[in-house]
Structures are given as C-alpha cells and as structure tokens.
Design a protein around this ligand. Structure first.
Ligand code: ADP
Ligand code: MG
Length: 631
C-alpha cells in the first residue's frame, strides 16, 4: 500500500489554528490590542464596523516593524517575545505564541501598515486567506495599523455562527474594558460604525474605571491596598449597597492581565459576608502583582485562567484586605430590596412577533391648559392608555397614579433605598397558593372591601379566608402583562412630546441603548437625533409619564448592562420586566380605596397572578383553617 500521510499546507494549518485563537470578532480585538500594548504604544485606537463583522482596525503609535518583520509576523510561530521555553516563566508581555496574526490572516482580509521610528518609509502588506496579495512601501506614521476585514469570509459556517451585532459588540466592549482597565497609562479611543463610544485619556486607575463605567461609579468605590512579600494588592471594591443580582463588574488583573478565578472570587465574597443581601454580588476591580515566576499562565491562547504558587495565602490576604477596607471606610450593612434582572421567558407571548408602534398625536393637547388629574373616562392618547385592555372602567389605571407621580418623581433616584425602610418582611414562598380563586371567590374579592396595610400590603377576604397582596409586586405583575400585550399583540401607543426630551448617557450606556433601540421603539419610544452624550426622545409610550423617562432609562440600562438578551422576544421580555419594575407603585405609597380595589382585581385578572415577572410571590392566602389553628 502506498503512503497516505501528508503534511498539511500552511494555510490549512493556520485555518485550523484560527479556530482556537479566533472564536469571534472580540478575540481579534483582544489579540490586536495586546500586540499594540506589547509594542509600547501610548495611544491606541480601535475602530469597529458592524460589531467587527466587516472591520476591526487597531492603530497604535508603538515601535512598529521593519520590512522583514512586517512580512514575518504573519508566519506561524513568529514572535519577538520569547526565544526559549524558559522565557515563558519570565513573561511580561501579553503575547508569546506567535500565532495570532498568522491565524487571523488565514481567515480574513488583512491590511498592515507599519513604520519604525527611524525609518523613512513604512511597509504596507495585504493578505487574504494567508496569501500575500501585495507588499509595498508606504507613507505612514510611526507605529502600526492593522485592519481585519470580512472575518471568516472563507469559513461560512463560522461566519453564520456569529451572534447578532448587539451580542458581538457586547463581547468586544467586554474585551475593551478588560484591556483598558489594565492599562490606564495608555490612551484609548474606540469607534463603532463611525461614532466614538469610548475616549479614555491617560489617567490613574480610579479615573479610568470611572471613565469606563460612568461618573456615578466614583462614589461606589472603596479603595483596597496591601503589600506583602508574595503579592501587592490594590484596586477597589464596590460598596455593599451597590451590589447587584447580576455579576456585573468583577475584574481581577494579575500583572496587568485580566484573569478569571473562581477561587479568588470566593475570597472576595467571603470578605463581604454578612454585608450583602442574599444572591447579590459585589463589584470589584482588583489588581494583583506577583513575581511572574510564581504563576503559571495557561498556555491556551484564549483562556484567562492562571495558577498561583501559593493560592491559600493569596486567598487569606485578599479576604482580610477587603474586610479591613470595608471596615475602615465605615461601610455599614445595608439591606436592599432586590434588583433582579434574571431574564426568563414566559408563556404564550413567546412566538408572537413584535410590531412597530404607531404614533397618535393628540391635536387638542394644550400644554398651558390645566392638567387633568383624574382623567376618568378620558381616552385621550396623551394619557395612559393601558385601560384599552382592561375590563375595568377606563381611568381606573390613572386613579392609581393620582398623587403618585410627584411622589415617583421626587423619590426616583433612590427609590430602592426608599423601599428599604418599609421592606423588612420577606414572604415565605411556601405559603403561596398556586391555584387561582374560583369565580365565586373572585366575585367576592371585588365585593369585599380591601384595606391597605402599612402602605405595603393590600388585605382582602375571600370565602375560604384572607388574601394579603404585596402592592409593589402585584403592580409589577399587572404592568408586565399589560406591557407584553401592548408590545407583542397590539401596537404600542406613543404619545408625542411637545418638546423632545434630551437625555445624556455614558458611552457604554449609549452603545447599549443603540443595541436595544428597535425593541424600545416597539414599546412606543421614538428617538430623534442620537449622538454619543445626548439622545433626543420625541415620543414616549403612553404608559410612561415624561417625568419617569430618565429614571426609567437609568434602571433599564443598568438592568440590561450585563445581560443583553439575544433574541427579539427575550429582549422585549427584559424590557417589559424592567419597565414594570420601574413604573410599579412603590412600597410606602398610600393608595386610595379605588386604587386598592383596582390592584386586587387586576392582579387576579392576570395570566400568572401568583408571582412577579421575576418569580417572587405577589400574594399569600390564609385559610380559615390556618387562622383557626392560631387560636
Ligand atoms: P505574539 O504576540 O504571540 O508574539 P502575534 O502573531 O500576535 O504573536 O504577533 C507576532 C509578532 O508580530 C509579535 O511578536 C510582534 O513582534 C509583531 N507585532 C504584532 N503586532 C505588532 C504591533 N502592533 N506593533 C509592533 N509589532 C507587532
Ligand atoms: Mg500577539
């Protein structure tokens, strides 16, 4: 039999290697940014088009490459960073495998322009699928510009596997965050589809974090500092009261490299013990510096795990350092009502297609006319139009808001903490009855008077006993179902604003906003000019008042920040949840008798009245038997 073993041609080997190195556009971003940092750049510009699917370009002012190096850098195992395997244990660069550029060039159209400081001219090379298409001298500033176009153009299966632009962009931004946070001494700029979404000047770590996550972050940070023989710990932890349900901002950097470590994460959580509400996660930005010979960087190109020589000691030090700082900065325990952003998909709306909103302009609207307060019986589109879906008489919804709007507006920035004062009792979920009431009981519900208890609960009776409804949670459920219906089944109704609202967002918030723009439009928002820093809103859903808009966006973006769902429906669902949470009448608000009644009736008209959109019980029942037993 003849020989059958063949050596794979280089471009095939490169394509295979690319499968490991490049999973998605964000992997390319990481490799290119790291190369620029290794090249000692002081200013790095990242330019992205269509979430990296059509263009990823990194421009740096680093050392550049000679003509020969420019050609060589695309060869496999071509690296300037190590010469022998021992060098691996002394690494202070990001790269070392010499594989990234070769892999990227195998699966994209790549253009390199580079020049070293003392050279007259630079080199320009174009490569497509590992083949050099052209190489010539060019005029270019000192440093390197590398463009990667049409990623995976020759591997359709991989290209099709890419997620939506919103998701891919989020991965890129995550990567960008990690790299830029590790290097505040480098200026970074990032553009997406022609607009600047980050502009990070050279700064200290704290400023860098604030520049990335927005001005509000500053007050949340508690510095940590510790220096020992084996490790230098610095950075910040978030104050416990800002902890969130979703694992958002959690970063470890070891020797300027972002890493993941479940073990060290545990140490941080241990330090926060007793300070956090159940299931909440602290944010942290922790920088560790250790002797490079005491760590083992996983040699897999994309893994971010690392092995420490003395893990146990590190754990103990980290824990006590954080504990100490939290104590020193007098961070007292604060219990917070849940900010849940778990996104699950309920029942029958799943397969429904969203429809674009229609705008109804109220031509009779006169802003100088006295504002109607009760609005009962009115069907004017500039008022809340939830009622169109209700069996209840029109206006009952608005009644619920009488006297409430000013309340919401004044309390909005800290509605969470406002809730805290009233919310010391948690429901026992075991007490929830899964079944609905009989028709008879329902009738009774509306006959009997309902009372408000402690501005938090609504108490009413049924034949078999009594029902205690959590007003805030119940309202969340009611609103959530209304919103879903509005968005998915009928067209959402917008109210045109006389003067566009202008809201400013951080760069990151803006990017997020753009990615959910379509879904927001489905809920009834209409956007005017949108630019980084300022967004104009020309119409809002009829279920929202103008005053609520900015709080609503703040809440929504923070809920979605760490978890932009991919599909249209779960995005809609996430929006509905967040909006419902923001708009729901808060604990501590006194309700008028008809509002109390409305709440009880509407809750039990819901498809799933027993729980909030985030699976918290909305009411409990106490049967006569149970009451009897207590006597
Ligand atoms: P590695 O980073 O592991 O060495 P890469 O394939 O990423 O492998 O890069 C290969 C080589 O190309 C690097 O070792 C470096 O010498 C050179 N190089 C890559 N990017 C740049 C850049 N932006 N500036 C200067 N040199 C670069
Ligand atoms: Mg590299």
């Amino acid at each position: 039999m003849s020989d059958i073993i063949q050596l794979l041609p280089d471009h095939v080997a490169n394509q295979i290697a690319a499968g490991e190195v490049v999973q998605r556009p964000a992997s390319v971003v990481k490799e290119l940014l790291e190369n620029a940092i290794d090249a000692k750049a002081t200013f790095i510009k990242l330019i992205i088009k269509e979430a990296g699917k059509t263009l990823i370009q990194v421009i740096d002012d680093g050392v550049g490459m000679s003509v020969t190096d420019a050609r060589l850098c695309f060869e496999r195992h071509a690296t300037s960073k190590i010469q022998s395997a021992e060098d691996l244990f002394q690494l202070d660069t990001k790269g070392f495998r010499g594989e990234a550029l070769a892999s990227i060039a195998a699966i994209a159209h790549v253009e390199l322009k580079t020049k070293q400081e003392n050279d007259e001219v630079g080199t320009e090379i174009k490569i497509e699928g590992s083949e050099v298409v052209s190489q010539e001298a060019c005029v270019t500033p000192k440093g390197t510009s590398l463009s990667v176009k049409n990623l995976f153009y020759n591997i359709p299966a991989r290209r099709n596997f890419l997620k939506s632009n919103a998701v891919e962009l989020r991965h890129i931004i995550d990567e960008f965050h990690r790299v830029t946070m590790a290097h505040p001494d480098i200026k970074f700029d990032m553009f997406h589809n022609g607009s600047e979404i980050f502009n990070l000047p050279i700064s200290n770590r704290r400023q860098r974090i604030v520049n990335i996550f927005g001005g509000k972050t500053n007050e949340k940070l508690v510095p940590i500092n510790e220096e020992t023989d084996i490790v230098t710990i610095s950075g910040f932890v978030g104050k416990p009261e800002y902890a969130k349900r979703s694992r958002g901002e959690q970063f470890f950097f070891v020797n300027h490299r972002f890493i993941k470590s479940a073990y060290l994460n545990h140490a941080v959580n241990a330090a926060f013990e007793g300070l956090l509400k159940d299931k909440n996660h602290p944010s942290y930005f922790i920088y560790l510096e250790v002797d490079p010979t005491t760590i083992d960087i996983n040699i897999h190109p994309t893994k971010t795990e690392i092995k420490f020589e003395d893990e146990h000691a590190l754990y103990a030090m980290l824990r006590s350092t954080i504990k100490h700082s939290l104590g020193q900065f007098n961070v007292a325990p604060v219990l917070d009502f849940d900010r849940d952003s778990s996104m699950d998909t309920p029942y029958e709306y799943k397969n429904k297609q969203a429809q674009s909103p229609t705008i109804e302009v109220d031509r009779d609207f006169n802003p100088f006319k006295e504002e109607k307060i009760s609005g009962s019986g009115s069907s004017s589109s500039s008022q809340r139009s939830f009622t169109s879906f209700k069996k209840e008489p029109a206006g009952s919804w608005e009644n619920l808001y009488v006297g409430l709007e000013s309340d919401l507006a004044t309390n909005s920035p800290n509605s969470d903490s406002e809730e805290t004062q009233f919310s010391t009792v948690e429901f026992e979920s075991t007490e929830v009855t899964g079944s609905l009431f009989t028709e008879e009981e329902n009738k009774e519900l509306s006959q009997y008077t309902a009372y408000q208890l402690k501005r938090k609960y609504i108490v009413t009776t049924i034949k078999s006993g009594m029902v205690i409804i959590h007003q805030n949670r119940a309202h969340q459920r009611i609103l959530y179902e209304e919103l879903l219906r509005n968005i998915t089944m009928a067209s959402a109704v917008s109210q045109q604003l006389l003067f566009p609202l202008k809201i400013s967002f951080s760069k990151k918030e803006f990017a997020l906003l753009e990615s959910i723009r379509e879904q927001l439009e489905n809920t009834g928002f209409v956007f005017g000019e949108m630019s980084v820093g300022e967004v104009q809103i020309t119409a809002i859903p009829s279920v929202v008042t103008e005053k609520e808009v900015s709080e609503l966006f703040e809440r929504l973006l923070s809920d979605l920040e760490n978890d932009v769902p991919e599909t249209g429906f779960s995005q809609t669902d996430a929006l509905a949840k967040s909006l419902a949470k923001t708009l729901a009448v808060k604990t501590g608000v006194e309700l008028a008798p008809e509002q109390i009644q409305y709440m009880a009736n509407s809750l039990f008209a819901c498809t799933e009245p027993t729980i909030t959109p985030n699976n918290k019980p909305t009411f409990i029942t106490l049967t006569i038997d149970e009451i009897d037993k207590k006597f």
